[in-house]
Design a protein around this ligand. Structure first.
Ligand code: SF4
Length: 299
């Protein structure tokens, strides 16, 4: 990591004070990363976020759906052009920029679920300060670049806030006992697992399974990036790769109170639960809800 990136991180860490004092002039919206369930209890964590001062609390899963739709279009049109590299992981993006700049054109030029969901929130909840909460410190750099996310808190920082603000583990006050606000998606709840993007891409009409490489962990990712020749990596058309071993459920700012296997299980179980019991609570996110939003970005 270079000095500039380090400075940005320190800047953001200092800005936690700003979040700790939810001011009365602003309304705050929390975008919760889908890995939340690997360490927090649902729906109680949503109530705790409301008790903390967030007026709106949304899942990032609808943003992930819109990211996928944009990926699908690009892969459909341009799958033979080069080997495309998934770009939701800012650590990977920064690695490509720093060490493999010739591969920048291979990064899929589409927003990450965080970036996509921020655009959706700007449309549906204008005037709110947008705060992303997740397991990843480099999301702070991505937010700084995008300008659509006002703050990023890691799960560790959120835990500190819960303690500082004396937010109890269990919330019973009816004012806060409201689950997620719209918009919502069930199948992208597995996004924080390795392969979560390609598993929810519904690529069957455009790619074969053998066209996709899924891998994770910085060692494996570096090996893959080293192996590119003329913009292609072996026979693959699409690389679904993440810097953390196992995916975002093993992010650097995750609370490791459960072992990785258990964290993965919790994400899958939540998806199952939501698909069975919560799918239609008036929060369903449809493509039309994102009408007019451009989810493309440049690297
Ligand atoms: S894989 Fe790790 S570094 Fe990449 S976005 Fe997820 S938590 Fe962050």
């Amino acid at each position: 990591m270079n000095l500039k990136n380090l400075t940005l991180i320190i800047e953001y860490i200092n800005s936690i004070k700003y979040i700790m004092d939810f001011d009365k002039q602003n309304k705050y919206l929390c975008m919760l990363a889908p890995s939340f369930v690997s360490m927090y209890e649902y729906p109680n964590v949503v109530y705790r976020l409301r008790a903390l001062g967030f007026e709106k609390v949304v899942e990032v899963t609808f943003g992930a759906k819109m990211t996928n739709i944009s990926y699908y279009e690009i892969l459909k049109e341009k799958k033979d052009e080069k080997t495309w590299i998934a770009s939701p992981c800012p650590t990977l993006v920064n690695l490509v920029r720093a060490k493999y700049p010739h591969l920048i054109p291979n990064l899929v030029p589409v927003h990450s679920p965080m970036g996509s969901m921020a655009l959706v929130c700007k449309k549906h909840f204008p005037g709110y300060k947008i705060v992303f909460v997740g397991p990843c410190i480099t999301k702070k750099l991505e937010a700084k670049e995008l300008g659509t996310v006002d703050e990023v808190l890691t799960f560790k920082e959120l835990n500190d806030l819960f303690v500082t603000k004396k937010i109890p583990e269990k919330i019973t006050d009816d004012r806060y006992c409201i689950t997620f606000d719209k918009l919502y998606n069930d199948y992208t709840k597995v996004y924080p697992l390795s392969g979560g993007l390609s598993n929810t891409l519904q690529y069957e009409n455009i790619l074969k399974k053998k066209d996709i490489l899924v891998t994770d962990g910085i060692k494996n990712v570096t090996k893959v990036l080293d192996g590119f020749k003329d913009g292609r990596y072996k026979q693959y058309r699409f690389l679904d790769i993440l810097s953390c071993e196992g995916g975002c459920v093993n992010g650097p700012c995750m609370d490791y109170k459960y072992p990785l296997k258990e964290r993965i299980k919790r994400v899958k179980k939540y998806k199952e639960y939501a698909s069975r019991y919560e799918k239609d609570l008036g929060r369903t996110g449809r493509k039309i809800d994102a009408k007019g939003i451009d989810f493309s970005r440049k690297f």
